[in-house]
Design a protein around this ligand. Sequence first.
Ligand code: AMP
Ligand code: MG
Length: 418
Amino acid sequence: MIDLIDAIHQVLELIPRLGQERLPILQAHGRVLGEDILATRNIPPWDNSAMDGYAVRWQDIQRASPENPVILKVLADLPAGRVYKGLVGTQEAVRIMTGAPIPQGADSVVQVEDTEKFNDRVKILAGPGWGKNIRRSGEDVRAGETVIVAGTILQPAHIGMLASLQRSMISVYQQPRVAILSTGDELLEIDESWQEGKIVNSNSYSLASLVAACGAQPIQLGIARDQMEDLAHKIQQGLLADILLTSGGVSVGDYDLVKALLRDLGQINFWKVSMRPGQPLAFGMISGKPLFGLPGNPVSSMVSFEQFVRPSILKMAGHQNLFRPTFKAILQENIEKRAGLIHFIRCLLVRKGEKIYASTTGEQGSGILSSMVKAQGLIVLPKEQTLARAGEEVAVILLDSAFFYTPFPAYLSLNNLG
Ligand code: AMP
Ligand code: MG
């Protein structure tokens, strides 16, 4: 039996990063950027008005007030998107809209609220500071600057910035394709008519959904029967993907053929890990592709996925941070366990003020999928611990990313406003 942490290190060392592909930016949300993005020009490209108002020479209007207004001649009306080619001279102004380029000669903008227009003249009622109400060329982004670095996980603001740089296509790390093969003579497909003694192949669905939730592409290969030839054939098929997951057939029963097959291929790194649920778990590299032989029990396969497959998929996809958020919570009941294995205990979470409280979902058998349905997190109890007491702080891995969401703006209570 291998130690869980050693096993995670061993696996991640062998997982390759995938190559890159070029994508339209709208398909790249959540993907990892493969190239540095440089600005080819300034943003904004030219000095432009931050207000609707009048572009003026500051010298003319610096002392303007309601009692002593300054009168300027209005040369033109300049909407955003147009350029005024002339020069603003002494005692002259251009009516300018937000976003329009500042005409030559002008150095400040008076906001429209401080003016009165009459005929082709304007009365300036207040003198703003020099250079006021102008957005400077390059104040957002400078030409030549690296705006987004390779390795960034692309979020909406990045997509918007790429658009403003006119980068419609970019390089990102490829999305891992993950093949999923269930094994077992007892298994029935989801739409098959129910038969006595059979079990529905639910693992294929929970695993495919876990794969999709990591941003990877699941490929369901269906069921391999407990028979060497069928299994070997379907495993070959699965190795066309980037990762192959099997479920079942890795413990010590007579029909546990995945382990036997891996052993025959001489490519088995380990097949038993010091964790519960999920102790039987086979891992090997076959023709350069990682094969995870996950246990058949529904909860074991999901919890093993969390520990090994999720970080592997993220590494392949170019991510640096591979593990879920983990924090301390206050345990609300005693939990007893035997020494020797790390335990992952499905739990419910409650937040009261700054503190988070954890309680178990009840029965923790590795076949109790309903406990996984309820679970918002996994309490992690160290290998040698035998008792965790109510009131103690325990480490919790957050599974439910919506846990911190609230029905009303949480800042109201955090700011003591309501
Ligand atoms: P195994 O490790 O192959 O002995 O499987 C252990 C148990 O997990 C089986 O007896 C089934 O109850 C369950 N199981 C195995 N494969 C699946 C599957 N694909 N979907 C749901 N349950 C499964
Ligand atoms: Mg089986």
